[in-house]
Design a protein. Structure first.
Ligand code: ZN
Length: 452
């Protein structure tokens, strides 16, 4: 491995790469608001073309997918999954610098999408530049699949991957997220929970009414919604949909062993989030780690009804709605949850509560002892100051099951994320030091793939 030459290139050209990342972050690409999507896809395509990749911007039912491939010396193919869309930047007033004006402060680059996941994308390009500068060619084939709807549940990715199985085929997939934990240890995240996201809507009249006129005799949409929500979960945290837990698979002994090697999060979470305690009165670190990711959830993400402005307004709301997400664990599926939710609401007399399906996907996991995971761990060895940790399942979600289901590939991680990255929140950022490390880690993954 010519890692010294490659590392030197990564270090000495880091400013160019950060400049490229900044240009990409200056281009808004908010899938939820259909803002800047096409323009950003074109920028991603240009960056890949500049590295000698054959690039196609392929249509889907929504945002296009940028697909790029470049052949290498070896037979193995590394798939890189990234996304060019970002979360909405709101609330804007909580940003210390504008979300689409990338700004460096104290060794960190701030911008919406810089950590999730434009920075990981450009750090990988930077690693490729370094390898090409050192060697003139890639040690393995590389295919980029860069989608534009990850932040809205990858709603069109499954049919796309299904239809393009041969085009996308490969041996190992590097996932969009990666980086270090709050103790700066690199982490391999090999499993992701699934998700089922719904909006529940109630309408009880054709318009809002004076609460003196209707309060005693008209149905109230806000109360209907609150009562319906109240049936979904009890105060002991049991989700009450019929059959909801039937397909939940508990962690394997090996997964528990890996969870036990992860840092104790009890004190960190308490302090970081100002908590007085955890649900179900959990105190034990391993129990907390298991409950945090091997249990499905039902989260009310938002509630809307009636008047919430200054002072009082005596009004009876005709409409109410709630956004609810269910984080799912293997082998639950969003399809089943939607059916269970409908059956449950109907059985409790809430036929009037409409369910709007806002997307979802099942969870999936890679065997933590897969040779590809070992490769990614080995690749991190001389980049970070600490050995890698393997996290068998993280709490978040993503379309990893699509790659595992249709392409049959193991999934590994690399990236510049850390516990200060504030993904999805105001002041999203990455550490420039970790950005450089992410590039070095990815370069080593590519080199090792040459022997895979
Ligand atoms: Zn995200």
């Amino acid at each position: 491995m010519k890692t010294t030459t490659i590392d030197r290139y990564i270090e000495s050209h880091i400013d160019e790469s950060v400049a490229e990342l900044s240009r990409l972050c200056a281009q808004p690409s908010v899938a939820a608001q259909n803002l800047g999507i096409q323009a950003c896809a074109e920028k991603v395509a240009e960056s890949l073309k500049a590295r000698g990749f054959a690039v196609q911007i392929l249509p889907t039912g929504g945002s296009p997918v940028v697909f790029a491939e470049r052949a290498g010396k070896g037979d193995a193919t590394l798939i890189v999954y990234d996304h060019y869309d970002v979360q909405p930047p709101e609330p804007l007033e909580l940003w210390d610098s504008p979300p689409f004006e990338p700004t460096v402060r104290a060794g960190r680059l701030y911008a919406r999408g810089v950590a999730d996941n434009k920075g990981n994308f450009t750090s990988r390009l930077h690693a490729i530049d370094a390898i090409l500068a050192a060697d003139g060619e890639l040690p393995c084939n590389i295919k980029f699949v860069v989608e534009g709807e990850e932040e809205i549940g990858s709603v069109n990715l499954e049919p796309f991957v299904k239809e393009n199985k041969d085009l996308l085929a490969g041996d190992v997939c590097v996932w969009e997220v990666g980086g270090v934990d709050h103790q700066n240890a690199p982490v391999q995240m090999v499993g992701l929970r699934g998700i089922c996201y719904v909006e529940l809507r109630v309408r009880t009249a054709n318009r809002d009414v004076h609460s003196g006129t209707g309060g005693s005799i008209f149905p109230n949409a806000a109360w209907r919604l609150v009562w319906a929500l109240n049936t979904l979960k009890d105060q002991d945290e049991n989700i009450l949909l019929p059959g909801f837990y039937d397909d939940v698979i508990p962690p394997t002994p090996r997964e528990k062993e890996l969870l036990a090697q992860l840092p104790d999060m009890v004190a960190y979470y308490r302090e970081e989030f100002g908590l007085t305690g955890f649900l179900k009165d959990i105190e034990d670190p391993l129990e907390l780690a298991i409950q945090a990711v091997y249990q499905p959830t039902c989260t009310i993400c938002g509630l809307t009804a009636g008047y919430q402005g200054k002072g009082s307004k005596t009004v009876l709301p005709a409409e109410a709605s709630a956004k609810v997400d269910f984080r799912l664990v293997p082998d639950q599926t969003p399809k089943q949850v939607l059916a269970q939710l409908r059956a449950h609401l109907d059985a409790h007399g809430f036929e009037d509560v409409e369910i709007v399906d806002l997307g979802g996907n099942p969870g999936a996991k890679t065997d933590p002892d897969h040779p590809a995971v070992r490769l990614a761990v080995r690749a991190a060895e001389d980049v970070y100051d600490q050995p890698s940790r393997i996290n068998p399942m993280i709490g978040g979600s993503g379309p990893n099951y699509i790659f595992q289901e249709y392409l049959g590939v193991p999934i590994i991680s690399s990236g510049a994320g850390d516990s200060d990255s504030r993904v999805h929140a105001p002041n999203e950022s990455i550490s420039l030091d970790l950005y450089e490390k992410a590039a070095k880690h990815f370069a080593r993954i590519v080199l090792l793939m040459g022997e895979y």
